[in-house]
Structures are given as structure tokens and as C-alpha cells.
Ligand binder design. Structure first.
Ligand code: PMP
Length: 294
């Protein structure tokens, strides 16, 4: 089991300084905590280098801009801070979590006098995300009763903390029923994504994935699309209905934390998993790609 995230040794970058992990605390009375006024990133370093670091930083700033937060640092400063922190923490393969939130200068919904805080943490023991044996065997998913909201209901292009409660409730629903994770449909009833990852389906040489028109167009998703196209696979981004998914042979999730993770079943629909699948091949290709680019 992963040890508590609060009481650890090491450093966290907070508002321009490296401070002791244990002392990196936010106040109870902060807008970020009460009203989810926060945006964050999830990144991975392989052999000391963050995969697509700049793309993540750009998304971080874009997320902040979408929810009206003006980050008091430059993209270069954040890129530098991430790399310095990884070095100071003496890590090679790790997860990287920048976060920005409105602090306690002002309480309530008005943001006119808010203070913006930015922090970065890195860790290398996120085995609680998906256990290695579950990643090998493929995940069992159940359809969540919670839906991805319409684009004019939630800022879907921002990795903003607020909408994540939908993902948290979906994940909890799935885990309580004995599943690894949930499949989320969107407000129209189309297949959308996992709770923290995008979804792909495979039938022979043809790969289908939902159009990211109300959920995050993941950086891993974009990488996998490029990678599979370059290998001659035909990629179709389309609106997929839940009743269509039984026709696919394979399914997998993509995300920074999930990387490429095979899906064994969704509700009562089973998919092929194992060494002879295209998903398995993609997992190997992705692993080569990130180690080469890193
Ligand atoms: N959807 C959601 C809801 C996510 O949290 C994530 C992880 N950031 C993704 C998709 C995949 O995005 P990425 O590949 O950029 O990590």
C-alpha cells in the first residue's frame, strides 16, 4: 500500500521555493479547497526526463487561463522548477504533479482579490493507480451512472479540479462494486472516457476512439494516435454508442498515470487481452517511445 502523501521526506516546490515536504501545507480557509478553484497537471518522467514536459506546461497554463487564473510564473520557470525538483529528489522514473490554486486572501466566490499559489510535487510509488498485476491481466470496468457534462456546463479542456468530483464518484462507484474502474458516458449517452484516462477500441487494423468534444484530449491519447497511424493503423475518432462496443476485439485506456492499460471487460462485454493482442504490442511500442524521447 502507498504510504500517506502528507508525511514524507523530501522537497516540494511551493511558490518559487523548495521547502520540506512535510511543511508544504495550504490553509483550511482557501478558495481552492472550498470551491475547487484549482488546476493541476499529471506528468511522468522516464529516466530523469519528463515526457512531453512542455506540452504539459502549456496545458497547465491553458487550464489556469480557462478558469480565469493568471499564474504568477512563466512557463520557463515551471519547466525549470519541475526538472530541478526531480534532480533534488534524486528520482529517475516518477510522477510529476504541478498544481495551482486560489488561496485564503479572499473567501467566497468572488475572485477579485484572490491570491494564486503554485506548487509542484514528484513521487515514484504510485502503485495504487493500477496494480501491476491488474495492468497485465486487463481491467474490469463498469459503466458509471455519472456522465461527462456538456461543454457549456464544465470547462472540459481544462484540467480543473472541480469536474474531477464526477470522476471520483464514478471511480468510487466502480470500486465499491468490485471493479477496477468506470467507463463514463457523456451527457448525450455516447462513450466518453475512463475516470482518469481516455479510451480506445480495436477491431482488426482499425482503431476507434471517442471525439474529445466534452472531455480532455489527453497527451497520451494524442501520442497513441500518432504512433498507431505511423504503423499503418486506421484511426477513427467518432461518437460511439455503448451498444456498439461489443463488436470490438480489444479496448484500452491511455493516460499519463495509466500509460496504456488493457481493458478485460466493460459491464458484461469481454475483450481479448494478452501477449498476442495489438494492445500488448502498443504497450511495448509506447514504452520504447517514452524511453527514447526521455
Ligand atoms: N481524462 C481524464 C479525466 C484524465 O484525468 C486524464 C489524465 N490527465 C486523461 C483523460 C488523459 O490525459 P493525459 O494523457 O494527458 O494524461
Amino acid at each position: 500500500m502507498t504510504k500517506s502523501f502528507e508525511n514524507r521526506d523530501g522537497l516540494i516546490w511551493l511558490n518559487g521555493e523548495f521547502i520540506e515536504w512535510k511543511n508544504a501545507k495550504a490553509h483550511i480557509i482557501s478558495q481552492g479547497l472550498h470551491y475547487a478553484s484549482a488546476v493541476f497537471e499529471g506528468e511522468r518522467a522516464y529516466n530523469g526526463k519528463i515526457f512531453k514536459s512542455n506540452e504539459h506546461t502549456i496545458r497547465f497554463f491553458k487550464s489556469a487561463e480557462i478558469i480565469g487564473m493568471n499564474l504568477p510564473y512563466s512557463e520557463e520557470e515551471i519547466n525549470l522548477a519541475k526538472n530541478e525538483l526531480i534532480k533534488k529528489m534524486n528520482l529517475k522514473d516518477c510522477y510529476v504533479r504541478p498544481i495551482a490554486w486560489r488561496g485564503g486572501n479572499q473567501m467566497g466566490l468572488s475572485t477579485s482579490n484572490s491570491d494564486i499559489n503554485v506548487a509542484i510535487a514528484v513521487w515514484d510509488d504510485w502503485d495504487s493507480y493500477y496494480k501491476i498485476e491488474d495492468r497485465k491481466a486487463g481491467l474490469r470496468l463498469i459503466t458509471s451512472p455519472w456522465k461527462r457534462p456538456a461543454p457549456d456546463t464544465a470547462p472540459y479542456e481544462a484540467k480543473a479540479s472541480g469536474p474531477y468530483i464526477i470522476c471520483t464518484m464514478s471511480k468510487e462507484y466502480a470500486e465499491k462494486k468490485g471493479y477496477h474502474d468506470a467507463l463514463m458516458l457523456d451527457y448525450r449517452g455516447y462513450v466518453a472516457e475512463g475516470t482518469g484516462a481516455n479510451i480506445f477500441f480495436i477491431q482488426d487494423k482499425s482503431i476507434h476512439t471517442p471525439i474529445p468534444d466534452c472531455f480532455l484530449n489527453g497527451i497520451t491519447r494524442q501520442t497513441v494516435i500518432e504512433m498507431s497511424k505511423s504503423q499503418g493503423f486506421e484511426i477513427t475518432e467518432r461518437h460511439i454508442l455503448p451498444e456498439e462496443i461489443s463488436k470490438y476485439d480489444e479496448a484500452f485506456l491511455t493516460g499519463t498515470a495509466a500509460e496504456i492499460t488493457p481493458i478485460r471487460s466493460i459491464d458484461n462485454i469481454n475483450f481479448n487481452t494478452g501477449d498476442n493482442t495489438t494492445t500488448f504490442k502498443f504497450m511495448g511500442d509506447f514504452s520504447n517511445l517514452v524511453s527514447k524521447t526521455s
